[in-house]
Design a protein around this ligand. Structure first.
Ligand SMILES: *Cc1c(COP(=O)(O)O)cnc(C)c1O
Length: 408
């Protein structure tokens, strides 16, 4: 590689660094059976025991003995990889069973597995304009990068409406050509702001303007609703969403993504979406583990209650101590810092001095000036761990001169 090329790569990273958003990946090994504890492998070769406070394995299912057993059994029976794309020998019985289970979870005819939640969004939204020529997509301003990627890929007309703003959405729908096909793309739980979409009202608008609805329930499946079907299940709205998208990688503790919808939609996506067609299917053991995980969470409302209790406990303690916590309806507890350098520094200090791991969330994951620490308490984060966290934050907030509200 010539020096000129080399300089360009270096300069690209320098820009990232100057903006305080150069990413440091922490080298950790989770300790199975000791959730949320992990070992941190430091650059100097030493190891530290840490508590993870930012995992998306929200319910600890990635270490559930039953899920582990299902994965091991499938490896013993079927080996490691699936050996092909879905069309070329990669549709194993494990995939078929999991898709049936996911369809049942969301009360849809069918579900379609993909290799990740990202791919599910990108592939599905990306192919919509092929199926619906002239499509106009209405996309919430805070939608995940994978939905944005899919919508860009579709190269169709798009309008971005203000986050969770029904008036802005209606204005856009009203202004659009009444004769073109329409699709409203949104999430149920927004994981960075920890707020929830007004799903019913969005569906009402969709009915009024004859639009399809597409809802990313990635941060809700397994965690909300009587059987873990998500916010739409909790609110009795699953039948009003045309395409529900989810992940197996967060509350279900595995890897993989999916959509659930009626037979005609699934058949079209299955037949046309390149991100579904041209890639090897998930390992059978992954499908087996996910199947077990979905089945377990379906009958574990007590775990969902515990999860919400823990999140509520942390939120209450931080709020009482005057910390700028945002969002109050979900299991995610974002703590605003508002500066990328301080956010990285606070995170470094928490880890180095206290063994508390909360990754800083900086641009482009969130808008500049809204940098934050994002805590995700699980049913296994104890009061003692929260005591440690609050003590550490006290110090860190002081060190970086960060603001707290005066509390009466
Ligand atoms: C994490 C995430 C995804 C991607 O899911 P993966 O299974 O991790 O690829 C999609 N949408 C949202 C809102 C997410 O937060």
């Amino acid at each position: 590689m010539s020096n000129k090329y080399r300089d360009q790569f270096i300069r690209a990273v320098d820009t990232v660094r100057d903006e305080g958003r150069y990413r440091i990946f922490r080298d950790v090994r989770r300790r199975c059976g000791d959730f949320p504890k992990a070992t941190w492998f430091k650059d100097d070769g030493s190891e530290n025991e840490i508590t993870i406070w930012c995992s998306n394995d929200y319910m600890g299912m990635g270490q559930s003995p039953c899920v582990i057993e299902a994965v091991k059994q499938a490896v013993d029976r079927a080996g490691t990889g699936s050996g092909g794309t879905r069309n070329i020998s990669g549709t194993t019985h494990y995939h078929v069973q999991l898709e049936q289970e996911l369809a049942e979870l969301h009360q849809k005819d069918k579900a379609l597995l993909m290799t990740s939640g990202y791919v599910a969004n990108e592939a599905t939204l990306g192919v919509m304009s092929k199926i619906l020529p002239g499509l106009h997509v209405f996309s919430d301003a805070m939608n995940h990068a994978s939905m944005i990627a899919g919508i860009s890929r579709a190269r169709c007309e798009k309008t971005i409406f203000k986050h969770n703003d029904l008036e802005d959405l209606e204005r856009a729908l009203k202004a659009a050509d009444p004769h073109v096909p329409k699709l409203i793309a949104f999430e149920s739980v927004y994981s960075m702001d920890a707020d929830i979409a007004p799903i019913k009202e969005i569906c009402d608008l969709a009915d009024k303007y004859n639009a399809l609805t597409y809802c990313d329930e990635v941060h809700a499946v397994g965690m909300y609703g009587p059987r873990g079907g998500g916010i739409a299940e909790r609110d009795g709205l699953m039948d009003r969403i045309d395409i529900i998208q989810g992940t197996l990688a967060k509350a279900f503790g595995m890897i993989g993504g999916y959509i659930a919808a009626n037979t005609d939609i699934i058949d079209a996506v299955r037949s046309l979406a390149s991100g579904f067609i041209f890639t090897t299917s998930l390992p059978p053991s992954t499908a087996a583990g996910a199947l077990r995980s979905v089945k377990i969470l379906k009958i574990s409302p007590h775990l969902r209650t515990q999860h919400q209790e823990r999140a509520g406990a942390l939120r209450t303690r931080l709020t009482r101590a005057g910390y700028p916590v945002i969002g109050n309806e979900t299991h995610i507890v974002p703590l605003m810092v508002g500066d990328p350098i301080a956010c990285q520094g606070a995170s470094d200090t928490l880890l180095n001095d206290y063994g508390i791991y909360a990754q800083p969330i900086n641009f482009p994951t969130v808008p500049k000036g809204t940098e934050r620490l994002r805590f995700t308490p699980s049913p296994f984060h104890t009061d003692a761990m929260m005591d440690e966290l609050l003590l550490a934050l006290e110090h860190v907030w002081h060190t970086y001169g960060l603001k707290r509200r005066r509390v009466a």
